[in-house]
Design a protein around this ligand. Sequence first.
Ligand code: C2O
Ligand code: CU
Length: 690
Amino acid sequence: MTTGQLIIVDHVVALLGVAAWSATGATAGARRARLALGLLAASVLVTLARVVTVAMLAGRGWWFVQEKVLFGLPMLGAAGLAAVLIAGPRLLAARRAPGAGSAAGPAPGNGVPASCVVLLLTAGYAALAGLVVTFLVGYPLTWSTALIASSLVGAATLLTARVVAAPVDPTGGADIAPTPSTQGRPGLSRRRFISFAGGGAVAASTGTTGLGLLLIPAESAATGGGTGRSSSSTGVSVADLRGADVPAPGGTRRQYVLTAQTTTVRLPSGREIHAWTYNGQVPGPPITATEGDLIEVTLRNTDIDDGVTVHWHGYDVACGEDGVPGVTQDVVAPGEEFVYRFRAEQVGTYWYHTHQASHRAVRRGLYGTLVVTPRGEQIDEAGASVEQVDLTLPVHTFDGTVVIADQDGRTDHTAPAGTPVRLRLINTDSGPHRFALAGTPFRVAAVDGRDLHQPGEVSDTGLRLPAGGRHDLVFVMPDTPVALVLDNDHAGGLRLRPDDRAGTVGADTAVEDTSGWPVLDLLRYGTPAAVPFDARSRADRHFTMVLDRGVAMVDGRPTYAQTVNGRGHPSIPDQLVAEGDLVRFTVLNRSLETHPWHLHGHPVLILARNGTPSSGSPLWVDTFDVSPGEVWEVAFRATNPGIWMNHCHNLPHADQGMMLRLCYDGFTTPFHGSHTAREAGTARSRRHRH
Ligand code: C2O
Ligand code: CU
């Protein structure tokens, strides 16, 4: 069973526990002793099953069970044990008593004592508290969480005791059967005292926790086991970290102007979308260069009220060119402009997108592609130019309409048989996409722009691209059609036909069913090669990021957030590194959603997934999908100084808190503002149009 499945099973068993204990209490309260006894047995079984699921989950990692082992299970165990030991015998006795459970109602003195009902319901509350703590708080468990949750269970117990009108002593449990003496005045005032005390405890712990949430001390940074911030008073501003402004020898200057504007775009199918665009088109203009060229992009904003930037996804530009508003630059408001300049030193397939309110703005169309080809690629060994079919295929979804490059519906291309073909797949959406290439064997030559080592030929194999990810597929065009199928939609996608003048070959051949194909595991694809460091290397800094959902502050507001180590942006401590450090990340997912993890400015080397080392080609990526229950180990060398975003590339998740910063010691930013641009949080926020 995968850890993700185990997490679900554990949630289900926990929920069954809540239901079983509550039902036991309710039936006991209804004097149905026989039924209550059966349910009590079921509750005990479910609770034991829970111990098993938690133990199994613990085997996958402490992060998955901490709050269950330290809080949920002990509390449920104690309440359940008390209920079994005290209420169990009473239920047995009540069942034997004549008249029990009959429609005529309980015979006085032979019913189930109210205290038993309270105890059984308390076990239900304890089970519920454990589940609620898991869903609202998760990892790490704090004292205030444990305190508030146990006080709430105590309060619920007291309230129940009052409602069922029986005096109960929750600490000793000795005062089981109501007797006349405890129903008199002294008993009443004691109940009142307990109620007040319980209420006071709840109020106090709620207050403490609430205050704690609001006034979390501004933690400077996590150091990952390395040294803290150096005390040098003068930091280098990231605004001064700019790219080269001349091409490498032999290179040229490639100038582009990107004008952000709202536009109604008419897709080939005739469908119109109200898009936010660069230059009135989706995707924005393709930016291409040859290795060593200088890329110079002037960004202007016409009418995007949120403001815009350009972030070069996967391209390790100098920090001042990274396009993160509030960190590396000010957001570009309507009427303003910003010039990006950097050398095309990395070859491969990349993309660009705005980083302002990106959950909204990228989805609406503020994205485009960046492709850099090697110098002299078009020349073969003999020095002759090689014709190649090279297609850049960003996939984007506009309100349910899938657009590949600039086409919705199906895209058709031709390629002469025997031609080398390169398909550059780019996932610009916030969730993963599954691709299948039918009709030819192929290789995955590159992932996230970086070439793989000896990628083998594969066929009948699907590909899964995380949000933001890229795969370059290469093959030689056969003399039969080839189909690129996206998410098993055989009506759409891309068809490549051998170039035949008569137009008859492969006219409209049906594409085989690709839905059952296994997905290529990149951690076992290609062959190993030398890497500058590996899983055995001692990292200078090691950061663990536990991804989950929970209640947390995000941009100054409490919300049901997407969290990292229990917190949301910007309350997640910065990760501090020093230039030259070998940095290791452990990224794991406790939630039921996939999180495409993305670090700006550095490719990371995948070391292992779920404890299994990567055994294929060295795999350098800028985004990796952390599926529910997965634990990834990655590492990188800190060689690109600055302040870098480190976030989930499911952009709504980033907006809901799943984002933090990796900061090089000694670097500062002069820019301000929450760059996620929740309207209330931005300096330049404006009313945005719909
Ligand atoms: Cu492609 Cu911070 O993102
Ligand atoms: Cu996410």
